[in-house]
Design a protein around this ligand. Structure first.
Ligand SMILES: [Cu+2]
Length: 118
């Protein structure tokens, strides 16, 4: 039924552009705190996809430093290895602001996600 409708339902003009973050050589690109000239910015409500192009670092994840009241991360993704892709869960529900995150396998991998007002 959804397939039958897909041709006649236009995309909503206000849908925010999905973001993409890639990990390579132990760096989040964009968004790694070691590469501040490449910031990771998504519009409020946008989804974020995590991909891995890392051929040296094994598996990586994204875990927000901030937790919900139930002690689960505000957003998270992974573990993914080279060539794999995962949605970053929780990003579309974030309020505007900046959020730090890290890799649970490599705690020295740190990133910053900026959510811009829609
Ligand atoms: Cu990692």
């Amino acid at each position: 039924m959804l397939l039958a409708l897909s041709g006649v339902v236009p995309a909503h003009a206000a849908d925010p552009t999905p973001g993409v973050i890639t990990v390579a050589a132990f760096l989040y690109l964009p968004g790694d705190t070691e590469v501040p000239e490449l910031p990771l910015v998504v519009e409020q409500g946008a989804s974020l996809t995590f991909t891995s192009a890392d051929t040296v670092g094994g598996f990586h994840s994204i875990v927000s430093e901030d937790l919900r009241a139930d002690a689960t991360p505000l957003f998270w993704a992974g573990q993914i290895g080279p060539g794999q892709v995962s949605e970053v869960n929780g990003v579309p529900g974030l309020e505007p602001g900046t959020y730090r995150f890290y890799c649970s396998n490599h705690p020295d991998m740190n990133g910053l996600l900026a959510v811009a007002p829609a």
